[in-house]
Design a binder for this molecule. Structure first.
Ligand SMILES: *Cc1c(COP(=O)(O)O)cnc(C)c1O
Length: 372
């Protein structure tokens, strides 16, 4: 068996140890005579799986008691609608747009109710390469919530801890009590996180958590029970919380695999340790880009370059196509940039080992030597 060096943006690579364990348990989970996805979600076996997954996630992220963890479906895209359905309550919400995903969130929410664009960093031609200066932002003190995307997967723009903390403080000062809502799909679990800064955090699982088909929502208790009249039963967070995410059949296999990933993260020493490795992977990749004499170029400002998603360009689109072709022949997967922006993108989630990044750096050096 050969596993490729997988830099896919999502669905993305999973830890080898997790896949091996899932394979081991596929036909007979812990001696029950069936795989875990073949038995009732209300039975003892699966109840244990989802409870352990939640407990491990709570430990990894230090999720406070007054937050619920929901294992939902519909992807992050459904959250773009579900958040305003649950939280607008006839009011208006503030949206900060720093890339394609927060822009989608803003457009979707506008279909549901009243929204206000706080700021967009789009610089024409759909390019996003920076974060706004926090002192330039104006906050609505009456907003139902403030929405952001802390890691823009397509454009590679991330709010790092320091920016995130300053933004939180600015909102707390100018709009006290307005809850922050973040789409963390592509960097949740990449580093420690102060959950208490947020009213709600959500993430599609298929980037840094597990298989697709699972959406994680972490929501503060006081935000439950505010859904607009007419909200379908299953889309009301209150109902999902009251039923332990089992209002209907949840995505049992994805929850099981996510649980294995949480155990894997714990075995690596937790998120501070994982973050140190992630920083090293990113630093080495950005250093190679910046040190290539302009052959490889990152458009993203130094202060907000993503640790998880590293988009970059070559001097000409034809060279980028050649880079993708030759990388695939050399055993790499998923390096082609998102269709909306082109170029190259290396997604270096938790499950991408340092050796994969080293192999990529090697390939990039050789490609530059042959084509510069
Ligand atoms: C992938 C992604 C989405 C879309 O997720 P789906 O689960 O496919 O709906 C939204 N936001 C971010 C930041 C993403 O990376």
């Amino acid at each position: 068996m050969t596993r490729a060096w997988n830099f896919s943006a999502g669905p993305a690579t999973l830890p080898l140890e997790v896949l091996q364990q899932a394979r081991e348990e596929l036909l007979d989970w812990h001696g029950i005579g069936a795989g875990i996805m073949e038995v009732s979600h209300r039975g003892k076996a699966f109840s244990g799986v989802i409870e352990t997954a939640e407990a491990d996630l709570r430990e990894l992220l230090s999720i406070p008691e007054n937050y619920k963890v929901l294992f939902l479906q519909g992807g992050q895209t459904l959250q773009f609608a579900q958040v305003p359905m649950n939280l607008l309550a006839g009011g208006s919400a503030d949206y900060l747009v720093t890339g394609a995903w927060s822009q989608k969130a803003y457009k979707e929410a506008a279909r549901v109710g009243k929204t206000r664009l706080v700021s967009s960093t789009e610089d024409g031609g759909g390019r996003f390469t920076r974060l706004p200066a926090i002192e330039d932002l104006r906050f609505d003190a009456d907003a139902a919530y403030f929405h952001l995307c802390t890691n823009e997967t397509i454009h590679g723009v991330e709010m790092h801890e320091e920016y995130e903390a300053r933004l939180f403080d600015a909102i707390a000062a100018a709009a006290p009590g307005v809850p922050l809502i973040s789409d963390m799909s592509s960097h949740i679990l990449s580093r420690p996180l102060d959950v208490r800064r947020y009213g709600l955090i959500s993430a599609g699982a298929q980037k840094n958590i597990g298989p697709s088909g699972l959406t994680l929502v972490i929501v503060r208790d006081d935000l439950l029970g505010r859904a607009a009249a007419g909200t379908p039963t299953i889309l009301d967070y209150r109902n999902q919380a009251d039923n332990d995410s089992m209002l209907n059949t949840p995505s049992t296999f994805a929850i099981y695999v996510a649980g294995l990933v949480f155990k894997w993260l714990k075995a690596r020493g937790g998120l501070a340790e994982v973050a140190a490795v992630n920083r090293e992977k990113a630093q080495r990749l950005y250093a190679a880009i910046d040190g290539s004499g302009g052959f490889y170029r990152s458009a993203v400002g130094l202060a907000c370059r993503s640790i998880m998603n590293v988009p970059f360009n070559l001097p000409r689109p034809e060279l980028e196509a050649q880079f993708v072709r030759e990388s695939e022949a050399a055993g790499f997967i998923g390096l082609k940039g998102h269709k909306s922006v082109g170029g190259i993108r290396a997604s270096i989630y938790n499950a991408v080992p340092l050796e994969a990044v080293e192999a990529l750096l090697h390939f990039m050096d050789a490609f530059r030597a042959a084509n510069a």
